[in-house]
Design a protein around this ligand. Structure first.
Ligand code: PRP
Ligand code: URA
Length: 216
């Protein structure tokens, strides 16, 4: 409904009907904490399907009960999921079920409500992040400040292959991320119209962290 007609390069809008339906339920102000969390996790799995579409595979010889043949198995760089706290945690927690061998990093950022600038308070990343394909998770890409700061933290730690996964984005946030980090692909469920005067995504779904954790 709100996705713009022209999608910027390096942005994938995973607008599958299942995702759109679940996202509409997340937007609904009447959706409670339990359902909101479940929906965020389910959408994250569906987004991961899209974001990880280009993972490399190599044929490996395996025996089925009937024969021995070559079958594709994941190969190439190992993976890291990096959650932007708080809200990104729900996405990484869901995705780790799909890729149980992935290492998980955490970057703590909150958005100052007055300046809307990100304030960093925590960072713990896998030591071998430079050798891993990194999937950064945060449900909301609003001004883009948090994503830009998180990606910079990852690059400072040596990360070279980074994808950003969000549930909702706006054109201005995407533009800010692409200007600062043109190498980073973004996979999102929807691109909304824009931001209100308080930096909230419109029509959006409200404060993702508060809705996931039942704060406020
Ligand atoms: C939210 C959201 C993003 C950030 C997006 O986090 O989860 O991290 O805002 O806004 P931006 O694109 O304008 O930077 P918030 O600061 O509310 O912290 P929380 O996840 O701890 O609630
Ligand atoms: N962070 C949120 O949680 N929601 C928004 O709409 C914008 C930033």
């Amino acid at each position: 409904m709100t996705t713009p007609k022209s999608i910027p390069a390096k942005v994938t809008v995973a607008d599958h009907p299942l995702i759109l339906h679940k996202l509409s339920l997340m937007r609904d102000v009447h959706t409670g904490v339990k359902e909101f969390r479940e929906l965020a996790g389910e959408i994250s799995l569906l987004l991961a399907y899209e974001a990880m579409r280009d993972l490399e595979t190599m044929p490996e010889t395996l025996s089925t009960p009937l024969t021995t043949a070559e079958f594709p198995m994941l190969s190439g760089k190992k993976l890291a999921l990096v959650a932007i706290l708080r809200a990104g945690l729900i996405m990484a927690d869901a995705m780790v079920r799909l890729v149980p061998a992935a290492k998980v990093g955490h970057i703590g950022l909150y958005r100052d409500p007055q300046t809307l600038k990100p304030v960093a308070y925590y960072s713990k990343l896998p030591q071998d992040i430079a050798e891993r394909r990194v999937f950064v998770t945060d449900p909301m890409l609003a001004t883009g400040g948090s994503a830009v700061a998180a990606i910079q933290t990852l690059k400072d730690a040596g990360a070279q292959s980074i994808k950003l996964m969000t549930i909702l984005s706006v054109p201005e946030g995407i533009a800010v991320v692409q200007a600062a980090h043109p190498d980073v692909e973004i996979v999102t469920a929807a691109i909304d119209e824009g931001l209100n005067d308080h930096g909230y995504i419109m029509p959006g779904l409200g404060d993702a962290g508060d809705r996931i954790y039942g704060t406020k």
